[in-house]
Write a protein that binds this ligand. Structure first.
Ligand code: NAP
Length: 305
């Protein structure tokens, strides 16, 4: 595994993280025993960055499902491995009747942060990310609440998710943000596009966020780095040239995509999800796949940067 500085935290974390969402989101999710086996295999592969959220569950009646799985898996590890883990969770989304809705109010964030501590079986959360801006609540209210929780010792570091450059500029007034989690994959390269080319209709407009994080020593976590649970199989399929390069290198198109994401800069941390150990192992190996500048340039062209 390759390790990278995680923004300004002083921590070095695995360049490839693990996204826990597929273990909880759908009816065909694995059993608890299977999920814990997957999580322990991630740790054995050297992965120290695990991403979760209280909203990774079937619906609100079991909010915290994914956090509880991860809390249990980490608690079963020997102390040396447990201490190396950096579990990043999020709050600000709710799942009534399986819908995704936003709640960025101070009262909600306080309540769910306390619950996340219990779910994860810890006294302090390594990274608490504000999941998505609630258009009914000023960013100031949401982020000053996280700053308070940090002062109270419940959160070590604060991150944000689904933020554009404008929102990041505003966030910096209320709290020190060490990481941004935005979508980035061969299917979605907006974060790598210049902010001047922004599509104003995007909610939020994440253009320019890769460059913004690079310049400010902020970690960039790529969500859905393989295009998401329904699309990961087609990473190579839609682009014959990328599939051919993967074939030449003797790797899967998925591993090639993750290596290409890592090559976008030292602040990038893809967090692929997986229910199957075979997929987890293939993705983790992307940290060892070094691409030449020419290969990165070729993939940038193929995938539209
Ligand atoms: N902040 C946000 O708003 C937000 C939104 C979405 C996701 N996320 C985070 O980002 C993480 C990643 O996103 P995601 O899990 O939705 O999508 P993803 O990582 O793009 O794709 C996950 C799917 O890819 C398959 N897969 C994984 N590695 C593979 C490989 N090497 N070869 C072939 N297939 C492979 C897995 O299949 P199997 O399950 O069958 O193994 C899994 O279902 C989530 O788990 C979550 O933590 C955050």
């Amino acid at each position: 595994m390759q390790y990278r500085n995680f923004g300004s935290t002083g921590r070095q974390l695995s360049a490839i993280g693990y996204g826990g969402m597929p273990l909880s989101l759908k009816d065909d999710r694995p059993s608890e025993d299977e999920a814990i086996r997957v999580l322990h295999r991630a740790v054995d592969l050297g992965i120290t960055l695990i991403d979760t959220a209280d909203s990774y569950c079937l619906d609100s009646s079991e909010a915290g499902h994914n956090e509880r799985l991860i809390g249990k898996a980490v608690s079963l590890l020997p102390a040396r491995q447990r201490d190396a883990m950096f579990v990043a969770t999020k709050g600000g989304l709710i799942r009534p009747e399986r819908r995704w809705e936003r709640d960025g109010s101070a009262a909600h964030l306080r309540t769910v942060c306390e619950q996340s501590l219990k779910n994860l079986r810890i006294d302090r959360i390594s990274l608490y990310q504000f999941h998505r801006i609630d258009l009914k609540v000023p960013i100031e209210e949401s982020l000053t609440t996280l700053a308070e929780l940090q002062r109270e010792g419940k959160i070590e570091h604060v991150g944000v998710s689904n933020f554009g450059v404008d929102q990041l500029e505003e966030a910096a007034r209320y709290v020190k943000v060490v990481s941004v989690q935005n979508e980035f994959s061969p299917f979605k390269v907006t974060a790598a596009r210049p902010v001047s080319e922004a599509d104003a209709k995007l909610d939020p407009n994440i253009a320019g966020t890769l460059e913004y994080t690079r310049q400010r020593d902020i970690a960039f976590l790529c969500w859905c780095p393989l295009g998401g649970m329904g699309r990961a199989d087609s990473v190579g399929g839609e682009h014959a040239e990328a599939a051919a390069l993967a074939g030449d290198l003797g790797v899967t198109p998925q591993r090639l995509a993750l290596a290409w994401e890592l090559a976008q800069g030292p602040m990038v941390f893809p967090i692929p999800g997986a229910r199957r150990i075979r997929n987890l192992e293939d993705s983790a190996a992307a940290a060892e796949l070094k691409l030449t500048d020419e290969q990165v340039t070729l993939l940038n062209r193929i995938w539209g940067i």
